[in-house]
Design a protein around this ligand. Structure first.
Ligand code: NAP
Length: 288
């Protein structure tokens, strides 16, 4: 076996679990299934062992700095680096389309701010020519934003992490102060925290690409489709195993030139900046 290493966050169930399963079969190296809860993680490992697969396990809560540092130290000592990193962990907006400030803060922390922790502590372990894939959403396309000021600012060629972080704080402040305007976000502002977090994630992906260019690491974000998992309460047109195919293609087989892109579930690159496009998430699709 080679010394290569692949890591998937939030992989005790859903799409992350299916990606780990696929990596165990197709990737020539060690595959890490990680989870915030050890019990759920070990149960997932047992399922894969029954299939004759041999993933490694480590606890990793992507919003817990100490957990992220423990994972970093483990990988550093045992393997020295990572070749494939899939940032998949996330939570849904709950069954309600409009949430409290506290819920919105939690969603933004897990779905966006976690990537800042991962960038600080785990990205430095990613080896030359490595691949990073951020699992975003159709909610992560710029067309989910309807506020003109933020469309312009997020579209800037000189975009910085400060711009993205201020966008996120603008949204959270509006929830805190009860000044959130539904017309600022697509689909009448439904699942706004999830949309804001995923837009921020896809925007950050492009900046991460620039930072990691020197090491020829690719960093892309993708929308996995509407997938039948716990997150959608079982709604969707894809199974998790089917949905894992494009992420697997992106980290294993896509050309080296695919960098800083926003990719759709069919593997095609979509123009993230096209804010007039009809790519934003419609809550009505959950009922169809
Ligand atoms: P899921 O079945 O709910 O799985 C989410 C995973 O993330 C679970 O393993 C969960 O662990 C984990 N997680 C949550 N918070 C975490 C934390 N702080 N640290 C580590 N792990 C954490 O959802 P899914 O549908 O597979 O979603 C996978 C990815 O696809 C997400 O990024 C999601 O936003 C994206 N996505 C999904 C759909 C869809 O239709 N399903 C559509 C667009 C995008 P626990 O079991 O401990 O909660």
């Amino acid at each position: 076996m080679s010394n290569k290493v692949a890591v998937v966050t939030g992989s005790n169930k859903g799409i992350g679990f299916s990606i780990v399963k696929g990596l165990c079969r197709q990737f020539d190296g060690v595959v890490y299934l990680t989870s915030r809860d050890e019990g759920r993680g070990n149960a997932a490992i047992a399922k894969l062992k029954k299939l004759g697969l041999e993933p490694e396990y480590h606890q990793l809560d992507v919003v817990d700095k100490e957990s992220v540092k423990r994972f970093r130290d483990h990988i550093q000592e045992k393997h020295g680096g990572i070749d494939i990193l899939i940032n998949n962990a996330a939570v849904a907006n709950s069954a309600d389309f409009y949430n409290s400030y506290e819920e919105n803060t939690r969603i933004v922390e897990i779905n966006y701010k976690s990537i800042l922790l991962m960038e600080e502590f785990i990205f430095p372990l990613v080896r030359e020519n490595g691949r990073i894939l951020n699992i975003s959403s159709d909610c992560g396309h710029l067309s989910n934003v309807r506020n003109k000021y933020w469309i312009e600012r997020l579209s800037s060629k000189n975009l910085t992490m400060d711009d993205i972080n201020e966008f996120v704080e603008w949204f959270l402040d509006s929830c805190k102060n009860d000044t959130f305007k539904r017309e600022d976000i697509a689909d009448e502002g439904t699942v706004a925290a999830y949309r804001v977090a995923k837009v921020a994630l896809s925007a950050a992906t492009m900046l991460q690409q620039k930072k990691l260019e020197e090491k020829n690491i690719s960093v892309n974000s993708m929308h996995p489709g509407l997938v039948r998992t716990d997150m959608t309460l079982g709604a969707g047109f894809y199974s998790a195993d089917q949905a894992a195919e494009t992420p697997l293609y992106l980290v294993l087989d896509a050309p080296d030139t695919l960098k800083g892109a926003y990719v759709w579930y069919d593997g095609k690159v979509r123009d993230w900046y096209d804010y007039n496009a009809d790519y934003y998430f419609k809550t009505s699709t959950l009922k169809s």
